[in-house]
Ligand binder design. Structure first.
Ligand SMILES: Nc1ncnc2c1ncn2[C@@H]1O[C@H](COP(=O)(O)OP(=O)(O)OP(=O)(O)O)[C@@H](O)[C@H]1O
Length: 365
């Protein structure tokens, strides 16, 4: 079956995917393992410690997202996987092989198994779409007939059959990225690295490229590792997320858990733009000291429940509790979010285990 057909019709047995819904007791094997990885750049200005003791794994067949502030080390981590950079310390194991030790033929073989797409597409403007896609196959020594067949297959896969002979200059940003994806998929990689792949695209095109990436991941079983500064990209398609901060692992885990219950200040800072605050009049009266009259400001967090009954949750905060704001989202079938409420200090606070008192709201009279 061609991959184009595979996309149109899910195969009965995944081709080389770990089961997506594997039980927690049987996690998929890692496609990529970073073991005590450190990376120090030496520049004329001195040494820069870009990564420090990173121990993390990207599970096979999943979409693994990396976020972090500017300079956190995201690009460096990604570029270690296909050996565009070599680690200074530690090991990077890709598909069971220590890539730090590879040279010559071994390195070429690695880069065939690890495709990459870029923010600015990196297409050759003097070559047609088909020639751009064919290039890595030519370099790899594929026979002409096989190249033609494969180019047709991957063009169908990304929905660009009619752009075969177009030049990149005539394509939209989204179409260029589709060509970039087709070119990366040509040599049948097991891993796809995405370097800010949607950062140059408008929101609608971003969505269609993310849909395509998810399709490729789900139906072909290709492991995807992506770096982005867009939190919404992580939320949209990633299964697992790693938060990097100053070259170190701040936090990692399933997206629904890390976004639903962020623990590290770096994660909280990155998520802040996605969250809503208190109503202004209440915010103006919040205090950390318990006032003689007023309310307790209570936060209830939901981190992965299947169903949430907001009315019952608010009622559980005691008589007179009022809901100030509620944000709920469902990611991968898990509900995550929070409810902020104010409970009168006069009533006895008997809080459930997912609640905590953030502060107090002084009475306004
Ligand atoms: N080739 C290089 N030579 C010297 N320093 C470098 C080099 N590449 C990256 N760095 C430094 O390493 C650190 C991590 O950079 P990196 O590009 O991996 O971070 P990033 O999280 O991808 O940042 P951004 O989101 O801004 O792209 C930064 O301090 C950066 O200036």
């Amino acid at each position: 079956m061609t991959e184009a057909l595979a996309l149109a019709r899910p195969p009965a047995v995944p081709r080389h995917a770990a089961p997506i819904d594997a039980s927690p007791s049987a996690p998929p094997r890692p496609a990529i393992s970073f073991r005590g990885v450190g990376k120090t750049y030496v520049s004329p200005k001195g040494e820069v410690g870009a990564l420090r003791g990173v121990d993390v794994e990207a599970p096979e067949g999943r979409i693994f997202g990396v976020i972090g502030r500017s300079g956190a080390g995201k690009s460096t981590l990604l570029r270690l996987v296909n050996r565009l950079e070599a680690p200074t310390t530690g090991q990077v194991i890709v598909d069971g092989e220590d890539v730090g030790a590879l040279e010559g033929e071994g390195l070429i073989a690695l880069r065939r198994r690890v495709g990459m797409i870029f923010q600015h597409f990196n297409l050759l403007s003097a070559k047609t779409v088909a020639e751009n896609i064919a290039l890595p196959l030519k370099v790899a020594g594929w026979p002409r007939r096989d190249i033609d067949a494969r180019v047709a297959e991957v063009l169908a896969l990304v929905g660009l059959e009619d752009k075969r002979d177009a030049y990149p200059g005539k394509l939209s940003g989204g179409q260029k990225q589709r060509v970039g994806i087709a070119r990366a998929l040509g040599p049948r990689p097991k891993i796809l690295l995405c370097d800010e792949a949607t950062s140059a695209l408008d929101p609608e095109t971003t969505r269609s490229i993310l849909d395509l990436l998810r399709d490729i991941n789900r139906r072909l079983g290709i492991t995807i590792m992506l770096i982005t500064h867009e939190m919404s990209v992580i939320r949209e398609i990633c299964d697992e997320v790693l938060v990097l901060e100053k070259g170190e692992v701040a936090e990692r885990g399933p997206v629904w858990r890390v976004f639903g219950d962020p623990r590290h200040p770096a994660t909280l800072a990155l998520l802040r733009p996605l969250s809503h605050g208190l109503p202004e009049d209440v915010a103006a009266r919040v205090t950390s000291e318990r006032p003689s009259r007023g309310e307790a400001l209570v936060e209830l967090r939901f981190t992965g429940e299947r169903e949430v009954d907001l009315a019952a949750a608010a009622a559980g905060l005691g008589p007179g509790a009022r809901v100030l704001s509620a944000e709920l989202d469902r990611i991968g079938g898990h509900t995550q979010g929070r409810l902020l409420a104010a409970s009168p200090l006069s009533s006895r606070l008997d809080l459930p285990s997912n609640a905590r008192v953030l502060g107090y709201v002084a009475s306004d009279d």
